[in-house]
Design a protein around this ligand. Sequence first.
Ligand code: ADP
Ligand code: MG
Length: 394
Amino acid sequence: MKLDVNALRYLSKDDFRVLTAVEMGMRNHEIVPAELVDRIAGLKHGGTYKVLKNLLKHKLVHHDSSKYDGFRLTYLGYDFLAIKTLVNRGVFSAVGRQIGVGKESDIFEVATEDGTVLVMKLHRLGRVSFRAVKSKRDYLSHRSSYNWLYLSRLAALKEFAFMKALGEHEFPVPTAIDCNRHCVVMSLIQGYPLVQVKQLQNPDDVFETIIGLIVCLAEHGLIHCDFNEFNIMIDDNEKITMIDFPQMVSVSHRNAKMYFDRDIECVFKFFRKRFNLSYEEEREHDEGLVCDSGEDGGRLCFSSIEKSAGFLDKELAASGFTTKDQDDIQKYIEGEKENGGEDDDEDGDDEDGDDEDDAAAEEEDDDGPIGVQISSLKIADQPEESATSNIADE
Ligand code: ADP
Ligand code: MG
């Protein structure tokens, strides 16, 4: 999807006020009636209606009259709100090129005032298989109408909380810098995803480091669940950094062993195929994987890893990421896997006549990478915090 941040510079204080009002309205409304937007925004002389037109023009909101007349945020609108907040906080001041596009995220370089380049990850849960979420209404029924906002925000919060906690325990992860809405800002890792690397000086060492990391994580009570060559970065000195944490689970999860084995299996497979390593993994009945990794050639076996609650759990809760958040996002992720993406409905037919997934669908149209120039986001008309508004200060 396009992220033309230039428009950000021309949006006025009132534009942001109304955009925020739409966001607030979406906490309780699938479609926010214009009168409600107007009431929340509290602009004088019916100014809200004019502003809504401008927001529509920039595709920051979507006009929806399928059930009743109103507005809702688009991804772009949500992006702008998050970016604006982070720029106002001084986290970064410019957005650069897109460096990654995943199934459920868009990744950009951003730059701070002093020129340091960081990474901004915009989570987009629900973009690919919004219908799967719809079919899983039961567990998100109270949030069904705006679940892409909710889920994307949860994914970001979870990623930020895990990255921060892991970093504090000296795991090799990017430095977690800040988080707002569906957006996580982290340090830029100099290196490449392992999948792009054709040759290594010391494949054995790299392999052992990676397997060691998976075990060390489990000893801390966590399983990555997507530990593969796409989520391992490696630099010229063959130093490893792991990324991408929204799907992590605790070792107390009912499928923990399966996830752990799968992470290990993935690494074995990749190293065998790409670097011709001849490690053999054996399955010992129900004992998980056994291998010769580690300096001591020790046994690697999930059931021998203590199934403590994991002391990281507490720290994660302290960061605002609750058990309920974890449950919600886990149900979504597992629901996605069951659905296997077969619900991608490219033709846009909406059999139930409910077009609430337009926000996702309309932005699937142009998924190509974008080439935004580094654009300074110093906004001339910086909205000040309002004294009177119903809109909470950021
Ligand atoms: P997804 O959830 O979409 O898979 P990832 O977090 O795995 O997103 O990131 C996708 C790609 O973006 C990575 O494979 C990597 O190339 C790049 N990337 C992500 N985070 C960073 C970072 N901190 N530094 C450098 N590149 C990154
Ligand atoms: Mg990834």
